[in-house]
Write a protein that binds this ligand. Sequence first.
Ligand SMILES: [Zn+2]
Ligand SMILES: [Zn+2]
Length: 478
Amino acid sequence: MESVLAPASPHRGMDLTATARRLLEAGPVCDACLGRPVADRSFGLTNDERGRALRVTLALTDDEDFEPVAPSECWVCEGYCGAFDAIATTVVEALEGIDFATYQVGTRVPPLVEENDRLLREDAGLAEDAGEPLKREVNREVGRRVGARTGAEFDLERPDVLVVIDLEAFDPYDLDLEGAAEESRDDSTSADESATTEVSVTSHAVDCQINPAFVYGRYRKLERDIPQTEWPCRECGASGVQLGEHGEEPCDHCGGSGYLYDTSVEQVVRPHVVEAMDGDEGTFHGAGREDVDALMVGSGRPFVLEVKRPRYRRPDVEALEAEINEEADGAVEVEGLKLATHEMVERVKEHDASKRYLAQVTFGNPIDEATFREALETLDGATLEQYTPERVDHRRANLTRERTVYEIDGHLEDPTHAEVEVHGEGGLYIKELISGDGGRTEPSLAGLVGTAAEVEALDVLAVEGEDEPFERDAYLLE
Ligand SMILES: [Zn+2]
Ligand SMILES: [Zn+2]
């Protein structure tokens, strides 16, 4: 490999020693700061090694005594380049008790030190961005040490933990770095002795951000009148109280609980997952949602539970599943829980899905079998025009959507009651497909049979990906 001492071209070698001389002109510069402006040379060296090699080369060329410069004497980094071990020690301490497999390091460099780094290059006639910035060196040098001591992998994309170092939070002059640096250079020092001189920086300099962890699964809702997510009372702002003539009294709207429903799928699932991952809080993401009064049966509906600040990322999902189901006592069931990546959130929220429904329908006037069959045949495979239903939240834009009925079948139980099974495109409003919603859905079962038709009970039988299943191996952890 090409090294700084044996350049491919003698002219480059001349340039480099001349550059090193210019870098040293303005004042004492430590090895790392001397090597950093030429960090783009010779892969496989640290800046400290580059700088030391340059200093050795100059001493030999000039036949002068070799005079090292400790970081604490360096006008550029003001000692920070001697603190990598001490920072890493604090980082490792801060990460104690946190379960992580991947990490990333970010650094805030004091503006005055950044300015020194810039002046160093300017004075030596180098480009402002020559080599690499101090920030990147700290990230890499501290990161390398943290990786070696924890066995975790560096991950630039989506680490389990992001460590942010604020150099301004400590002064390297206050650390006993001289002793530590000498010992790390001195091979005769025993490992025991160097361990006792381990130096750390203040914990205020290190902030560990833990990225969320995710559990994917499918849920069934086996009782009606359970919303998917918790439903705070709007009248009292979830406080459960309202202002009456004699001061505060229980809210009329929610009965004082602050919530319109006692529980929700979210409230059944969330606490167990958050606790199993020792997290701070959790968010429920569903692949769409059924009406509060509809059951979710069959294969269930995909969801992801996102846990914020998990101290543990690998709970036993089978035990978790059993625990949730036992506690829910039949009202809600979860199935197929798996550890997932963050991509699974977008997957359940955005993936196109078709739905299968079973509807219990009541007709206003009796109808006969032939009329019923003919109506179903017309609807089978039909594309409907659905104007935003009356009952839907009107913060959503009112517009006409085209939705396809992939398949519809059913049987008349008596002249005013039928059971209808529908497989429809995602976004198809089933209650309106049956009722016609006062002409806002066209065609509809009510319109075709010529009498009012209402859904008395609705069960969602399946939520399935249109082109491919929700579950994707790349988004699931082993
Ligand atoms: Zn320095
Ligand atoms: Zn209320």
